[in-house]
Design a protein around this ligand. Sequence first.
Ligand code: IMP
Ligand code: MG
Length: 186
Amino acid sequence: MSDCAVKRIIFTADEIGRRVGELAASLAADYPPGELATVAILKGSFVFVADLARQLSAHDVHLAIDFLTLASYGRGSVSPGRVRIEEDIALNVRDRDVLLVDDILDTGHTLRTAVDLLRGHGARSVRTCVLLDKAARRQVDIHADYVGFPCPDVFVVGYGLDYAGRFRELPYVGAISMPGGKCSGG
Ligand code: IMP
Ligand code: MG
């Protein structure tokens, strides 16, 4: 694991910054000015949602934000598709239009679990916004309403995304590999 390194940059910091600005403009066209109830999925989305919040404030949309901590069991081989709720939200979303934010939509189990949870809490509507969409890996019939970039089917890190807890602080999104092979798991 310690040999694991970023092999190539997939989305640069500039590209991400521009795209987040465009997403904020789209969201501001769809939601009225004022407060927008937002739930971001931890840990991966903390960088994305922070940039999105600041871009949206320029459009007079202000996030009333809370966080939902989810963890997937056994990415890869063991019990794929099981998502554990580690910490639920405290924000009252009953009868509110909620924006759900995540870093990456992969198999879809995480987003499905989060949407169902928010509906269970009485949200009037739930729209989803992800920075990256790995459509090729989908196992659940779900799509995001707002997508930053379609993502190739490689394991990516940076801009909040980790491999075994590392690389979240990188300003870009990159693919990882180890000498003589690729990093597995995560
Ligand atoms: P899903 O439940 O398979 O859609 O996975 C979504 C979650 O898995 C994301 O919130 C990420 O935390 C994580 N994930 C999926 N693909 C990657 C990746 O390529 N790099 C880092 N994390 C990933
Ligand atoms: Mg995540």
